[in-house]
Write a protein that binds this ligand. Structure first.
Ligand SMILES: *Cc1c(COP(=O)(O)O)cnc(C)c1O
Length: 388
């Protein structure tokens, strides 16, 4: 068969019914101890399954599926999206090294850099997400990793990944990407020069707001280095959770299409509201990241932000507290709509954030678009009533 299209791959990858009594989905293996038949097998570790933490046929199935969808060489699983970020960074950095970290990065990733990496003698420098090939000016002989997140998951700047990768590779630097926003479906990291791609599997791959997991996928050159540290620090993922993610992946394409459609419709509607100063969504024509998004991405997920025009805290609370369909909570990528206030001014050091109004991050869930808009419309009425 010729190379499978993505929607076919999503159905066929990471399963082998013939090897499992014809059963469609891979079985869940719970394992710590794995027995070896002979002394020779113990000494040479020739069998594919050696110890629970090192993976079972259940974890191998998900690893294969994510590696295929991301277009990478192989994938390792971790206990959360954040631990995928920290494990990847620990694998490629040592005392004396210099890390270039994007200023729009997920805040807990920034916290790890500032509070743990620095403690181990790594120097961390933040850069403007819009820097492109200008990153060359920041490269030092000891720069070992350039970390990207595109678009940034609060402020949605799209990075010029191919331009950054070109500079990085000319200088022997590893390029990492937190690819959670696009998921493996809408941005192909390895076709754009990324060496190490990270997913917060917790988000769309799981898709049902109940599992914490991360993945690290690399190209062939980066694999051994990453896996050595992943194994050394004891990363693994739990079998029942792995099963839930394998199940979630089968509907990823169908779900994402709907998240995208509803997200764009909500963003367009919000853009025309008098209470809204600005919408931050790269799939909207006119967004500063739109041209790059169009060049490099094949879709958008349901996550975007808006900046409100300045209003009182009381009016903001009236808007948010009364919403019925948009829950207020962290994380995203599940079936339900969410909204959460964000404070980008407190999460940046290399670039400023001068906006006066409150930033709200929305996740467009799978509900009816008319109901979602009605919920927001009622919210804006409460906001206006509280201001007058
Ligand atoms: C949520 C998130 C993470 C962390 O994932 P957890 O599973 O919550 O640890 C990392 N990066 C991005 C962009 C995220 O949105």
């Amino acid at each position: 068969m010729t190379k499978k299209k993505q929607d076919t791959l999503i159905v066929t990858t990471g399963r082998d019914p013939e090897a499992n009594f014809g059963i469609v989905n891979p079985p869940v293996y719970h394992a710590s101890t794995v027995l070896y038949p002979t002394l020779e097998a113990v000494k040479n570790r020739t069998q594919p399954v050696t110890y629970g933490r090192r993976g079972t046929p259940t974890t191998f199935a998900l690893q294969e599926a994510i590696a295929e969808l991301e277009g990478g060489y192989k994938t390792a699983l971790t206990s959360s999206g954040l631990s995928a970020v920290t494990t990847a960074l620990l694998a490629f950095l040592k005392a004396g090294d210099h890390l270039l970290m994007v200023d729009s990065v997920y805040q807990p990733s920034r916290h790890f850099c500032d509070n743990v990496l620095t403690r181990y003698g790594v120097s961390v420098e933040y850069y403007d997400p819009l820097i492109g090939d200008g990153i060359e000016k920041l490269v030092r002989p000891e720069t070992k990793v350039i970390f990207t997140e595109s678009p940034g998951s609060v402020t949605f700047e799209v990075q010029d990944i191919p331009a950054i990768a070109e500079v990085a590779h000319r200088n022997n630097i590893t390029v990492m990407l937190d690819n959670t926003w696009a998921s493996p479906l809408y941005f192909k990291p390895f076709e754009h020069g990324v060496d190490v791609s990270i997913q917060a599997v917790t988000k769309y791959l799981c898709g049902h707001s109940d599992v914490m997991m991360g993945s690290i996928t690399t190209n062939e050159a980066a694999w051994t280095k990453m896996l050595d540290t992943h194994g050394a620090i004891g990363q693994c993922a739990a079998p029942d959770d792995v099963y839930l993610v394998l199940r979630g992946i089968r509907t990823l394409s169908t779900r994402l299409e709907r998240h995208m459609k509803t997200g764009i419709a909500l963003a367009e509607w919000l853009k025309n509201r008098p209470e809204v100063a600005r919408v931050l969504h790269p799939a909207l024509p006119g967004d500063p990241g739109h041209a790059l998004w169009k060049r490099d991405f094949t879709g958008a997920c349901g996550l975007f932000s808006i900046e409100l025009k300045p209003c009182s805290e009381k009016a903001l609370a009236a808007f948010l507290d009364g919403l019925e369909l948009f829950g207020m909570g962290y994380s995203w990528g599940g079936f339900e709509s969410l909204v959460i206030p964000q404070y980008p001014g407190k999460m940046r050091t290399a670039t400023g954030w001068n906006a006066q109004g409150q930033v709200l991050r929305f996740h467009a869930g799978l509900e009816d678009i008319g109901d979602l808009i009605a919920d927001l419309e009622a919210g804006f009425e409460r906001l206006r009533a509280a201001e007058s």
